[in-house]
Design a protein around this ligand. Structure first.
Ligand code: SAM
Ligand code: SF4
Length: 330
């Protein structure tokens, strides 16, 4: 019987998010500051190290892996990594979160490598506003990337939209309609206080999932689904569409009691909780004992008691976690 990862609160870890790069071609206002310093390459896990971490987790019963960043598609040879992870036995759900801008180039290869699901971030359908929110992004490339992903065979693509008060809250219904027209799911995410992003005070821009839901319900009746997904979204359906609407609400609906996730940062830090600093340095193990799978697995198993019971985000604008989101991966 495979050893499983069960924490001190009886939660089984079945899902790992791995950040493959801290770099990105966008500079979204809620995620990064305008001037970012990225890590020297030597501090970032190599692709071989990332593959080994993924293998260790699947051997410990993890069934779902999400690659994220930073922007995973700016990591050189990302396709090779997808090929390697896509072949791991025991993996039933292999996904990536991307800003979508390079999907025209990569979608087919990713699908061929075994990646089956994509989350694509999209916060605005207005090109100028999109550019403002992402500081560098080109909306037409992202929309074209979504089409390329569909053409490559990806189904159940999910959009992720972070809603900020006064910035894009007036686009909630347009985003839902876009998802419906394109046959996509969409999740609305509450902004989390990760890193000092300099652009705005988080307290000013906080927009709760309940408010987003109320806006949508002006046009559509949302029926809660009983579907359980491996992530933290709460999902709803509309009577006349296949698209699902989800809410990820780290502030207003605490989801810690069913948390099945851990994260591996771009530097190989195993983070037991997004909202806390408890972590174990897997890179140190990987580099001290190259290729030693039993030792790597032991380090992961030994880390589990560090998983805290819950996070304590607040909406008062305090920065509680100094990591930027691009280090951790969303
Ligand atoms: N670059 C990819 C992308 O944008 O989809 C993957 C990494 S990004 C950090 C993952 C997700 O985190 C995105 O959907 C993004 O909107 C979200 N995100 C970034 N900073 C956030 C924050 N402070 N609060 C909530 N979500 C955030
Ligand atoms: Fe880049 Fe994604 Fe962060 Fe935007 S949210 S800056 S696309 S890593």
């Amino acid at each position: 019987m495979t050893k499983q990862l069960i924490d001190d609160f009886g939660r089984r870890v079945s899902y790992v998010r791995i950040s493959v790069t801290d770099r990105c071609d966008f500079r979204c206002v809620y995620c990064m500051s305008e001037e970012m310093t990225f890590l020297p390459r030597a501090q970032v896990l190599t692709l071989e190290e990332i593959s080994m971490v993924a293998q260790a987790f699947t051997e410990l019963g993890v069934e779902k892996i999400r690659l994220t960043g930073g922007e995973p598609l700016v990591r050189r040879d990302i396709e090779q990594l997808v090929d390697d992870i896509g072949q791991l036995p025991g993996l039933s759900d292999f996904t990536m979160t991307t800003n979508g801008a390079s999907l025209r180039k990569h979608a087919q290869r990713l699908y061929a490598g075994g990646l089956r699901r994509l989350n694509i971030s999209l916060d605005s359908l207005d090109p100028e506003r999109f550019k403002k929110l992402t500081r560098t992004g080109d909306l037409t490339r992202v929309i074209d990337g979504i089409h390329a992903a569909k053409e490559a065979g990806f189904t159940r693509i999910k959009l992720n939209a972070v809603i900020l008060k006064g910035r894009n809250d007036d686009e909630v219904l347009d985003l839902v309609d876009f998802a419906r027209d394109e046959g996509l799911d969409i999740s609305f995410i509450e902004e989390m206080p990760l890193g000092d992003v300099s652009d705005h005070s988080r307290a000013e821009t906080f927009y709760s999932s309940d408010d987003v839901q109320a806006l949508i319900e002006k046009r559509y009746t949302l029926t809660p689904t009983t579907e359980t997904t491996p992530g933290p979204s709460r999902y709803f359906r509309m009577a006349d569409s296949e698209s699902r609407v989800g809410f990820i609400s780290p502030h207003s609906h605490n989801f810690c009691d069913t948390c099945n996730r851990v994260r591996v940062t771009v530097e190989g830090r195993l983070l037991l909780c997004l909202g806390n600093e408890h972590s174990v340095d897997l890179r140190a193990v990987l580099r001290r004992y190259p290729g030693d799978m039993p030792r790597l697995k032991e380090a992961i198993v030994n880390a589990l008691p560090l998983k805290p019971e819950r996070h304590h985000f607040t909406t008062d604008g305090d920065i509680q976690v100094v990591r930027f989101m691009n280090m951790t991966g969303g």
